[in-house]
Write a protein that binds this ligand. Structure first.
Ligand code: PBG
Length: 338
């Protein structure tokens, strides 16, 4: 019998540091805590909770329920909530007229949550897609998504969210130059302290499917105006990685305080590259499709749910993420002993 590897490296037994829980804890390189989580939440205009079929365990919450959830977030040690709106289809149009509505459900939810639990940070998506009947994040002319005209609408939306009391604005539209223009507008309007977390490297992804369900997003490629059936002319090609670094560099130069990579788990290589290159707080979004996949498997008994949740979130920390936007936030915080 040959013992060549051991003979060559007689002292090298990496299993020594794995032999019991106390030593594994002692040499652990990264740790996940509730403070790493941003709770992704959907608000709707009606009463109570409306379950989202493709996301078992997730429901659209009324404004009142959002306020309760904010109190729950505080109790669980979850620092922040990212809120996404579901509005009635009849209120949507081609230009997303309701996006900057100061009496809309986003403004009301932000106020209710800040009143209920002012210690919890509230992040708002700056994007038109919950408000457009075609489901795109921009204005459209002759079948094309307009960049600069869209940004004007986004600025109005962002200022409305700031006025409502949001703490972080998160532009998720992928228009060029939006962070800079938004930042300037915030400065001029006296919102010097407003944080921007830019969806800097956001990929055109199949994994957003259940989210579009959750917010009742218009079906791409349909509706009264001619529009593309996907978001590939503004969101990134999943084959690209260098391009993500260019996107991040621009957004930081334009005034973003934090950046995000999205989706999450299939894009950990991007998270790691961004962290290594820029050393700015970098977040990852564990998106609706990732949630749905894990739920489907755990509900079938094919995966151990608790372990799968913690392992997936822990992987983001290992890749260098400052935190994770996730629909699992409350469940994960409880598992972490909050
Ligand atoms: C819209 C937006 C999307 C998500 C967050 N903001 C969808 C999209 O770009 O089509 C996805 C969230 C998720 O899938 O959980 N700008």
């Amino acid at each position: 019998m040959s013992h060549a590897p051991l003979a060559a490296y007689p002292a090298l037994r990496l299993r020594r540091l794995r032999q019991s829980d106390w030593i594994r804890r002692l040499v652990r390189e990264t740790v996940l805590t509730p403070a790493d989580l941003i709770w992704s939440m959907v608000v709707h205009e009606g009463e109570g909770q409306v379950p989202v079929p493709s996301m078992p365990g997730v429901a659209r919450l009324s404004v009142k329920e959002c306020a309760k959830a904010a109190i729950e977030a505080r109790r669980l040690g979850i620092p922040a909530i990212a809120v996404f709106p579901h509005i009635d289809g009849s209120k949507k149009d081609a230009i997303g007229s309701k996006a900057a509505d100061p009496d809309g459900v986003v403004a009301r939810a932000v106020k209710a949550m800040k009143d209920a639990a002012p210690e919890v940070g509230i992040m708002c998506d700056v994007a038109l897609d919950p408000f457009t009947d075609h489901g795109h994040d921009g204005l459209i002319e002759n079948g094309k998504i307009l960049n600069d005209a869209t940004i004007e609408r986004l600025v109005a939306q962002g200022l409305m969210q700031a006025a409502a009391g949001a703490d972080i604005l998160a532009p998720s539209d992928m228009m060029d130059g939006r962070c800079g223009i938004l930042r300037q507008a915030l400065e001029s309007a006296g919102y010097q302290d407003m944080m921007i977390m830019s969806y800097a490297a956001k990929y055109a992804s199949a994994f957003y499917g259940p989210y579009r369900d959750a917010i009742g997003s218009g079906k791409l490629g349909s509706g009264p105006v001619e529009n593309p059936g996907d978001k590939k002319t503004y969101q990134m090609d999943y084959a690209n990685s260098d391009e993500a670094l260019r996107e991040v560099a621009l957004d930081i130069a334009e005034g973003a305080d934090m950046v995000m990579v999205k989706p999450g788990l299939p894009y950990l290589d991007i998270v790691q590259r961004v962290v290594d290159a820029f050393h700015v707080p970098t977040f990852a979004f564990q998106v609706s499709g990732e949630y749905a996949m894990m739920k489907a498997a755990t509900q079938n008994g094919w995966l151990d749910e608790d372990r799968a949740i913690l392992e997936s979130l822990g992987a983001f920390k290992r890749a260098g993420a400052a935190g994770i936007i996730t629909y699992f936030a409350p469940q994960a915080a409880k598992l972490l002993g909050a």
